[in-house]
Design a protein around this ligand. Sequence first.
Ligand code: MSP
Length: 632
Amino acid sequence: MPQAFYITTPIYYVNASPHIGHAYTTIVADVLARFHRMNGSETYFVTGTDEHGDKIAEAARQAGISPQQYADKISAQFRALWPELHVAHDYFIRTTDKNHVETVRLILQKVYDAGDIYFGSYGGYYCFGCERFLTEKEIVEGKCPEHGKEPQYIEEKNYFFKMSKYQDWLIKHIKDNPEFIRPERYRNEVLSFLKEPLEDLCISRPKTRLQWGITLPFDENYVTYVWFDALINYITALGYPQGENFKKFWPVAQHLIAKDILKPHGIYWPTMLKAAGIEPYRHLNVHGYWNVEQGKMSKSLGNVVRPLDLKDKYGLDAFRYFLLRDMVFGLDSNFSEEAFVQRLNSDLANDLGNLVSRVIAMAVKYCEGKVPPIDSGKKESALTQAALAAVAEVKASFADMSLHKALIAIWDFINAVNKYIVEKEPWTMGGDPAKKQELNSIMRDLLSSLHAVAILIFPFMPQTAGKILKQLGLQEAKEISLASTGKSESLISGASLSRGESLFPRVEMPKTKVEDTAQAAAEATKAEIDYEEFSKVDLRVATILEAEFVPKSNKLVKLKIDIGEQRTIVAGIGKDYQPADLIGRQIVVVANLKPAKLMGIESRGMLLAASAEKGLALLTLDSKAKPGAKIS
Ligand code: MSP
């Protein structure tokens, strides 16, 4: 029987337009859903909007329209955004949907009939931002720390859910199930909160104060508290109580949230479920916050970054990759355009993009543009083993929600394939008929590796995966399955290869005007020198004999050069040049620079390069010279 996987995002408030934070959670959910689907699980992915409550009523009042009109408008923005981000959810829920209203009333009645809801009076400090009463401990210097506003003292008669009754059960459940709330820091946070006696939860609002909500089934003068309403969306979406989906997916339910809404999900929701006689969810996955540093952006500098705009500027897959690669799940991260561009140029343009274009170009050249046949006599290649090891690592990383580690494992594999090319030097075999079989076999391994890369990156960058598969002569529509990774049959022998456009063209690092000015000032202040000083620099022509990446560096390349004698130099050109493309080139080297050690390798000399439009450009000669020839 196939495994099942159910993932939810928070349902977002419709009082503000979507931003990077909402995009992150929803893309993570999409990555998880795609991964589990391609790993053979039947998958269900739900997102939606949270539309009742004070906050929305207030925003609508300010906009001068009805809450329903307001909710319709913003909910539509969320709904329209997800396909733009290639988020493929199965169900979009709105808390104003009829089926949801019915489910909320059903649960309320159930809990009321069981005697876990009572009528009482309560006075407390209410934060409208959090839409809940704050405990004394939560109020810092008279304000809600989350919203920076003073909570209001409110006293009124209301309905209460006996949450306190389930405190001991909840503590035991969390302790018995270490993975119930994860990562551990958030589990500990909930447990520490539960050290204090738990208060009952006020679950209604009198209609005299708020009408925009679901009317209680047992008292029409009250509407339901927005959190009690919203959390229930997770089971409405599965057709609770009778739905087939509920039976199939609820036992494996996983929620995805950021740390801001830990308490309602870690405490209210499991106790509500318990009271309603429903099993708790399986995992609550909690991530940190993206901080967009306002300090670094200023309108007067013209460098204001709206993170969601960057997907249009640099491409959606690069955007998805950056979000998933840069945030360690559970911790906060700072969003910066510079960090984004750096990853785009190094990981995507240099490592992944170049690998794909090189392998396809070589295969087109050496294998008549077709996938070569399987070399039946050959034992499993080192690359197949590396692909399978990457699959195992990726699976383990997904199992414990370390998604950035999954990407690291995939990039280790990409780098291993790049290294294999340097070691095997397929370009040296091209013209030699005696080496044809060996060359075919190497190329088949390389093409299979591209297939593995495409499958592994699919959850993160579905579009790029499709483009790679297409270049490999596979139908884009072909079912993506993790199990096909590392299998020789996953390629079709004889299928036509096609060279595509560069997957990730390099982009220029955005510069702040401050940096521009500083650089211009620095350039202007270089002092004049006379010829004697200049002649101290011993510039020579060198021929590159060998080139390879320095292990663990994506920038440094180790070169063996002939400069009249053989020498090793280390150059920071790895983001702009592939080692294999350097061999045989003649360059200009400062021969008498004092030796320096770079990543443990002694470099005897320095090559010259210019900052060009698309990165570094090597200084080369326009006709051949003898290695070691003097430049003056
Ligand atoms: N409506 C409630 C959730 C009810 S779920 C039953 C709500 N909505 S919200 O619009 O405020 O969304 C909060 C969620 O948006 C966070 O938990 C997180 O998923 C996402 N994010 C909003 N800002 C964020 C960041 N700056 N960084 C990361 N994610 C954040 O709370």
